[in-house]
Ligand binder design. Structure first.
Ligand code: GDP
Ligand code: MG
Length: 333
Protein backbone atom coordinates (compact mmCIF):
# COMPACT_ATOMS: atom_id res chain seq x y z
CA UNK A 1 0.00 0.00 0.00
CA UNK A 2 1.26 3.45 -0.88
CA UNK A 3 1.08 5.78 2.07
CA UNK A 4 0.26 9.37 1.38
CA UNK A 5 2.46 12.02 2.99
CA UNK A 6 1.12 13.05 6.36
CA UNK A 7 -0.65 16.38 6.54
CA UNK A 8 1.77 18.82 8.13
CA UNK A 9 0.67 20.54 11.31
CA UNK A 10 1.51 24.05 12.48
CA UNK A 11 3.93 22.42 14.95
CA UNK A 12 5.69 20.61 12.10
CA UNK A 13 6.10 23.86 10.20
CA UNK A 14 7.35 25.82 13.18
CA UNK A 15 9.92 23.26 14.29
CA UNK A 16 11.01 22.62 10.70
CA UNK A 17 11.53 26.28 9.94
CA UNK A 18 13.41 26.90 13.17
CA UNK A 19 15.65 23.92 12.38
CA UNK A 20 16.42 25.49 9.00
CA UNK A 21 14.71 22.72 7.06
CA UNK A 22 14.45 24.09 3.53
CA UNK A 23 11.76 21.67 2.41
CA UNK A 24 9.50 22.74 5.24
CA UNK A 25 10.37 26.37 4.65
CA UNK A 26 9.33 26.01 1.01
CA UNK A 27 6.09 24.32 2.01
CA UNK A 28 5.38 27.00 4.60
CA UNK A 29 5.81 29.64 1.91
CA UNK A 30 3.35 27.70 -0.23
CA UNK A 31 0.96 27.90 2.71
CA UNK A 32 1.49 31.67 2.89
CA UNK A 33 0.77 31.94 -0.83
CA UNK A 34 -2.36 29.85 -0.69
CA UNK A 35 -5.73 31.53 -0.91
CA UNK A 36 -7.58 28.83 1.03
CA UNK A 37 -9.00 30.09 4.33
CA UNK A 38 -7.62 27.17 6.32
CA UNK A 39 -4.13 27.62 4.85
CA UNK A 40 -4.31 31.33 5.55
CA UNK A 41 -5.18 30.68 9.19
CA UNK A 42 -2.40 28.10 9.54
CA UNK A 43 0.09 30.40 7.85
CA UNK A 44 -0.74 33.23 10.24
CA UNK A 45 -0.31 30.87 13.18
CA UNK A 46 3.09 29.72 11.90
CA UNK A 47 4.28 33.30 11.32
CA UNK A 48 3.07 34.40 14.74
CA UNK A 49 4.94 31.55 16.40
CA UNK A 50 8.24 32.12 14.61
CA UNK A 51 8.02 35.89 15.03
CA UNK A 52 10.47 35.99 17.97
CA UNK A 53 13.09 34.46 15.67
CA UNK A 54 12.68 36.98 12.86
CA UNK A 55 14.34 40.30 12.22
CA UNK A 56 17.97 39.21 12.23
CA UNK A 57 18.59 39.20 8.51
CA UNK A 58 19.84 42.03 6.40
CA UNK A 59 16.88 42.95 4.23
CA UNK A 60 18.06 44.12 0.86
CA UNK A 61 15.95 45.22 -2.08
CA UNK A 62 17.20 45.29 -5.64
CA UNK A 63 15.50 46.96 -8.56
CA UNK A 64 16.10 48.06 -12.13
CA UNK A 65 14.40 47.69 -15.50
CA UNK A 66 14.17 44.26 -17.15
CA UNK A 67 17.48 43.58 -18.86
CA UNK A 68 19.58 45.74 -16.54
CA UNK A 69 21.17 42.55 -15.25
CA UNK A 70 19.50 41.89 -11.90
CA UNK A 71 19.41 38.10 -12.15
CA UNK A 72 23.01 37.91 -13.37
CA UNK A 73 24.03 40.25 -10.58
CA UNK A 74 22.21 38.22 -7.93
CA UNK A 75 24.02 35.10 -9.13
CA UNK A 76 27.39 36.83 -8.62
CA UNK A 77 26.48 38.55 -5.39
CA UNK A 78 24.81 35.45 -3.97
CA UNK A 79 27.79 33.19 -4.71
CA UNK A 80 30.08 35.79 -3.15
CA UNK A 81 28.02 35.82 0.05
CA UNK A 82 27.93 32.03 0.23
CA UNK A 83 31.73 31.92 -0.19
CA UNK A 84 31.91 34.15 2.84
CA UNK A 85 29.91 31.65 4.86
CA UNK A 86 26.59 33.47 4.68
CA UNK A 87 23.19 32.03 3.94
CA UNK A 88 21.07 33.86 1.42
CA UNK A 89 17.38 33.81 0.51
CA UNK A 90 16.22 35.39 -2.74
CA UNK A 91 12.58 36.44 -3.11
CA UNK A 92 10.80 38.57 -5.67
CA UNK A 93 7.93 41.04 -5.81
CA UNK A 94 6.58 40.70 -9.30
CA UNK A 95 2.82 40.90 -9.74
CA UNK A 96 3.24 40.37 -13.49
CA UNK A 97 4.80 36.94 -13.09
CA UNK A 98 1.34 35.41 -12.80
CA UNK A 99 0.94 36.09 -16.48
CA UNK A 100 4.43 35.79 -17.93
CA UNK A 101 6.26 33.37 -15.63
CA UNK A 102 9.22 35.51 -16.64
CA UNK A 103 10.92 35.46 -13.28
CA UNK A 104 10.85 31.68 -13.03
CA UNK A 105 12.59 31.24 -16.35
CA UNK A 106 15.16 33.87 -15.40
CA UNK A 107 16.12 32.06 -12.23
CA UNK A 108 16.86 28.77 -13.89
CA UNK A 109 19.09 30.22 -16.58
CA UNK A 110 20.77 33.19 -14.90
CA UNK A 111 21.22 31.79 -11.41
CA UNK A 112 22.48 28.37 -12.30
CA UNK A 113 25.26 28.17 -9.72
CA UNK A 114 23.33 29.84 -6.95
CA UNK A 115 20.37 27.51 -7.50
CA UNK A 116 22.58 24.55 -6.68
CA UNK A 117 24.09 25.87 -3.47
CA UNK A 118 22.50 24.52 -0.30
CA UNK A 119 23.24 27.84 1.43
CA UNK A 120 21.00 29.66 -1.00
CA UNK A 121 17.22 29.52 -1.12
CA UNK A 122 15.57 30.94 -4.21
CA UNK A 123 11.88 31.46 -4.49
CA UNK A 124 10.22 33.18 -7.45
CA UNK A 125 7.35 35.57 -6.97
CA UNK A 126 3.99 34.09 -6.05
CA UNK A 127 1.23 34.42 -8.57
CA UNK A 128 -1.32 37.01 -7.62
CA UNK A 129 -3.49 39.65 -9.15
CA UNK A 130 -2.94 42.62 -6.89
CA UNK A 131 0.36 44.18 -5.98
CA UNK A 132 -0.85 44.49 -2.39
CA UNK A 133 -1.49 40.75 -2.16
CA UNK A 134 1.82 39.81 -3.75
CA UNK A 135 3.70 42.25 -1.52
CA UNK A 136 2.07 40.89 1.62
CA UNK A 137 3.06 37.33 0.74
CA UNK A 138 6.60 38.38 0.00
CA UNK A 139 6.84 40.12 3.38
CA UNK A 140 5.54 37.07 5.16
CA UNK A 141 7.87 34.79 3.23
CA UNK A 142 10.72 37.05 4.26
CA UNK A 143 9.83 36.56 7.92
CA UNK A 144 9.82 32.79 7.45
CA UNK A 145 13.25 32.93 5.77
CA UNK A 146 14.61 34.95 8.68
CA UNK A 147 13.28 32.45 11.18
CA UNK A 148 14.95 29.70 9.14
CA UNK A 149 18.28 31.39 9.80
CA UNK A 150 19.12 33.17 6.55
CA UNK A 151 21.60 36.00 7.06
CA UNK A 152 20.57 37.99 4.03
CA UNK A 153 17.17 38.21 2.39
CA UNK A 154 17.46 39.72 -1.05
CA UNK A 155 14.21 40.81 -2.64
CA UNK A 156 14.10 41.62 -6.32
CA UNK A 157 11.50 43.65 -8.15
CA UNK A 158 10.81 44.41 -11.75
CA UNK A 159 11.20 48.07 -12.48
CA UNK A 160 7.79 49.57 -12.68
CA UNK A 161 6.72 52.40 -10.36
CA UNK A 162 4.39 50.93 -7.77
CA UNK A 163 6.35 47.72 -7.34
CA UNK A 164 9.42 49.65 -6.30
CA UNK A 165 7.49 51.56 -3.70
CA UNK A 166 6.17 48.28 -2.29
CA UNK A 167 9.68 46.85 -2.25
CA UNK A 168 11.16 49.92 -0.58
CA UNK A 169 8.56 49.48 2.15
CA UNK A 170 9.86 46.06 3.14
CA UNK A 171 13.65 46.34 3.03
CA UNK A 172 16.39 48.14 4.97
CA UNK A 173 18.76 48.79 2.11
CA UNK A 174 17.51 49.58 -1.35
CA UNK A 175 19.77 49.04 -4.33
CA UNK A 176 19.12 50.51 -7.77
CA UNK A 177 20.78 49.09 -10.87
CA UNK A 178 21.17 51.36 -13.90
CA UNK A 179 22.52 50.86 -17.39
CA UNK A 180 25.40 52.89 -18.74
CA UNK A 181 24.76 55.04 -21.77
CA UNK A 182 21.00 54.98 -21.74
CA UNK A 183 19.09 58.09 -20.82
CA UNK A 184 16.98 58.05 -17.70
CA UNK A 185 13.79 58.05 -19.77
CA UNK A 186 14.95 55.06 -21.76
CA UNK A 187 15.48 53.14 -18.57
CA UNK A 188 11.97 53.82 -17.43
CA UNK A 189 13.34 55.65 -14.45
CA UNK A 190 10.56 57.59 -12.93
CA UNK A 191 11.31 60.65 -10.93
CA UNK A 192 11.62 59.56 -7.36
CA UNK A 193 13.24 56.17 -7.80
CA UNK A 194 16.77 57.43 -7.30
CA UNK A 195 15.47 59.19 -4.19
CA UNK A 196 14.48 55.80 -2.77
CA UNK A 197 17.91 54.23 -3.28
CA UNK A 198 20.56 53.71 -0.61
CA UNK A 199 23.06 52.79 -3.29
CA UNK A 200 23.15 53.11 -7.06
CA UNK A 201 25.10 50.73 -9.27
CA UNK A 202 25.89 51.42 -12.90
CA UNK A 203 25.81 47.82 -14.08
CA UNK A 204 27.45 46.16 -17.10
CA UNK A 205 30.44 48.46 -16.67
CA UNK A 206 32.69 45.83 -18.25
CA UNK A 207 34.47 45.91 -21.60
CA UNK A 208 33.43 48.58 -24.08
CA UNK A 209 30.88 49.94 -21.66
CA UNK A 210 33.48 51.21 -19.23
CA UNK A 211 33.72 54.80 -20.44
CA UNK A 212 30.00 55.23 -20.80
CA UNK A 213 29.58 53.77 -17.33
CA UNK A 214 32.04 56.30 -15.90
CA UNK A 215 30.04 59.06 -17.54
CA UNK A 216 26.76 57.69 -16.22
CA UNK A 217 28.26 57.52 -12.78
CA UNK A 218 29.34 61.14 -12.92
CA UNK A 219 25.87 62.16 -14.12
CA UNK A 220 24.08 60.27 -11.36
CA UNK A 221 26.53 61.57 -8.82
CA UNK A 222 25.74 65.11 -9.86
CA UNK A 223 22.01 64.41 -9.76
CA UNK A 224 22.30 63.08 -6.22
CA UNK A 225 23.51 66.48 -5.05
CA UNK A 226 20.07 67.89 -5.61
CA UNK A 227 17.89 65.29 -3.97
CA UNK A 228 17.21 64.16 -0.47
CA UNK A 229 18.87 60.86 0.29
CA UNK A 230 16.70 57.87 1.13
CA UNK A 231 18.00 57.18 4.62
CA UNK A 232 18.70 59.79 7.27
CA UNK A 233 22.42 60.02 8.05
CA UNK A 234 23.36 57.81 5.14
CA UNK A 235 24.94 59.07 1.95
CA UNK A 236 23.70 57.35 -1.20
CA UNK A 237 26.63 56.73 -3.51
CA UNK A 238 27.01 55.67 -7.12
CA UNK A 239 29.44 52.91 -8.08
CA UNK A 240 30.28 50.79 -11.10
CA UNK A 241 29.77 47.06 -11.32
CA UNK A 242 29.36 44.14 -13.68
CA UNK A 243 27.32 41.20 -12.51
CA UNK A 244 28.74 39.12 -15.33
CA UNK A 245 32.36 39.41 -14.16
CA UNK A 246 31.74 40.04 -10.48
CA UNK A 247 33.36 43.46 -10.68
CA UNK A 248 32.17 45.69 -7.86
CA UNK A 249 30.52 42.89 -5.90
CA UNK A 250 32.91 42.87 -2.90
CA UNK A 251 32.75 46.67 -2.75
CA UNK A 252 28.97 46.55 -2.66
CA UNK A 253 29.03 44.10 0.22
CA UNK A 254 31.44 46.38 2.09
CA UNK A 255 29.06 49.25 1.51
CA UNK A 256 26.13 47.24 2.85
CA UNK A 257 28.10 46.20 5.93
CA UNK A 258 29.00 49.83 6.49
CA UNK A 259 25.33 50.76 6.23
CA UNK A 260 24.40 48.31 8.98
CA UNK A 261 27.41 49.25 11.10
CA UNK A 262 26.61 52.96 10.88
CA UNK A 263 22.85 53.22 10.55
CA UNK A 264 22.18 50.31 12.91
CA UNK A 265 23.54 51.77 16.15
CA UNK A 266 21.88 55.11 15.41
CA UNK A 267 18.51 53.36 15.48
CA UNK A 268 17.80 54.31 11.88
CA UNK A 269 17.13 50.74 10.74
CA UNK A 270 14.96 49.86 13.74
CA UNK A 271 12.94 53.05 13.22
CA UNK A 272 12.51 52.22 9.55
CA UNK A 273 11.27 48.71 10.34
CA UNK A 274 8.80 50.06 12.90
CA UNK A 275 7.48 52.54 10.35
CA UNK A 276 7.20 49.78 7.77
CA UNK A 277 5.24 47.53 10.14
CA UNK A 278 2.90 50.34 11.05
CA UNK A 279 2.43 51.24 7.42
CA UNK A 280 1.81 47.60 6.57
CA UNK A 281 -0.87 47.32 9.24
CA UNK A 282 -2.53 50.50 8.00
CA UNK A 283 -2.45 49.25 4.43
CA UNK A 284 -4.09 45.98 5.45
CA UNK A 285 -6.83 47.85 7.30
CA UNK A 286 -7.41 50.20 4.38
CA UNK A 287 -7.49 47.36 1.87
CA UNK A 288 -9.98 45.43 3.95
CA UNK A 289 -12.20 48.47 4.56
CA UNK A 290 -12.19 49.26 0.86
CA UNK A 291 -13.09 45.68 0.06
CA UNK A 292 -15.96 45.66 2.58
CA UNK A 293 -17.27 48.96 1.30
CA UNK A 294 -17.36 47.86 -2.31
CA UNK A 295 -18.78 44.44 -1.44
CA UNK A 296 -21.59 45.91 0.63
CA UNK A 297 -24.98 45.18 -0.94
CA UNK A 298 -26.52 48.53 -0.03
CA UNK A 299 -23.54 50.45 -1.28
CA UNK A 300 -23.67 48.49 -4.52
CA UNK A 301 -27.35 49.21 -4.89
CA UNK A 302 -26.87 52.92 -4.37
CA UNK A 303 -23.65 53.48 -6.29
CA UNK A 304 -25.06 53.63 -9.87
CA UNK A 305 -27.57 56.29 -8.80
CA UNK A 306 -24.85 58.38 -7.23
CA UNK A 307 -22.65 58.07 -10.28
CA UNK A 308 -25.46 59.25 -12.52
CA UNK A 309 -26.30 62.18 -10.28
CA UNK A 310 -22.64 63.06 -10.28
CA UNK A 311 -22.46 62.86 -14.07
CA UNK A 312 -25.54 65.09 -14.43
CA UNK A 313 -23.97 67.62 -12.13
CA UNK A 314 -26.76 67.30 -9.57
CA UNK A 315 -24.53 66.51 -6.65
CA UNK A 316 -20.96 67.26 -5.64
CA UNK A 317 -18.42 64.47 -5.27
CA UNK A 318 -18.16 65.31 -1.59
CA UNK A 319 -21.92 64.89 -1.06
CA UNK A 320 -22.00 61.68 -3.09
CA UNK A 321 -19.16 60.21 -1.06
CA UNK A 322 -20.80 61.26 2.20
CA UNK A 323 -24.10 59.66 1.20
CA UNK A 324 -22.48 56.39 0.20
CA UNK A 325 -20.49 56.31 3.41
CA UNK A 326 -23.68 56.94 5.36
CA UNK A 327 -25.29 54.00 3.57
CA UNK A 328 -22.29 51.89 4.52
CA UNK A 329 -22.32 53.10 8.12
CA UNK A 330 -25.97 52.17 8.55
CA UNK A 331 -25.68 48.79 6.90
CA UNK A 332 -26.09 46.95 10.19
CA UNK A 333 -28.98 49.07 11.51
N1 GDP B 1 28.19 42.94 -20.57
C1 GDP B 1 27.41 42.58 -19.55
N2 GDP B 1 26.23 41.97 -19.79
C2 GDP B 1 25.46 41.61 -18.75
C3 GDP B 1 25.87 41.85 -17.41
N3 GDP B 1 24.92 41.40 -16.58
C4 GDP B 1 23.93 40.90 -17.37
N4 GDP B 1 24.26 41.01 -18.68
C5 GDP B 1 23.43 40.55 -19.80
O1 GDP B 1 22.24 41.32 -19.85
C6 GDP B 1 21.11 40.51 -20.17
C7 GDP B 1 20.03 40.62 -19.12
O2 GDP B 1 20.49 40.11 -17.89
P1 GDP B 1 19.51 39.62 -16.70
O3 GDP B 1 20.36 39.26 -15.55
O4 GDP B 1 18.57 38.59 -17.19
O5 GDP B 1 18.68 40.96 -16.41
P2 GDP B 1 17.35 41.18 -15.53
O6 GDP B 1 16.21 41.20 -16.48
O7 GDP B 1 17.52 42.53 -14.90
O8 GDP B 1 17.26 40.09 -14.53
C8 GDP B 1 21.66 39.10 -20.35
O9 GDP B 1 21.88 38.86 -21.70
C9 GDP B 1 22.96 39.12 -19.60
O10 GDP B 1 23.91 38.22 -20.09
C10 GDP B 1 27.16 42.48 -17.19
O11 GDP B 1 27.61 42.71 -16.07
N5 GDP B 1 27.87 42.82 -18.31
MG1 MG C 1 15.76 38.70 -14.11
Amino acid sequence: MISRPRQLTVDDFVSGILAGDRVLLARAITLVESSSRQHEADAQEVIQRVLPYTGRAKRIGITGVPGVGKSTFIESFGCYLVERGLKLAVLTVDPSSARTHGSILGYKTRMEKLCQLPQAFIRPSPAGESLGGVAQRTRESMLLCEAAGFDVVLIESVGVGQVEIALRSMVDFFLLLLLPGAGDELQGIKKGIVEMADHVLINKADGDNRLRAEQARADQDAALHYIQHATPQWKTEVALCAGLTGMGVPELWQRIEKFYAEAGPKGVIAARRHDQDRQWMNDLIHDELRRRFHDDARVRARLPQMKEALARGEITATRAAAELLAVFDHRAH
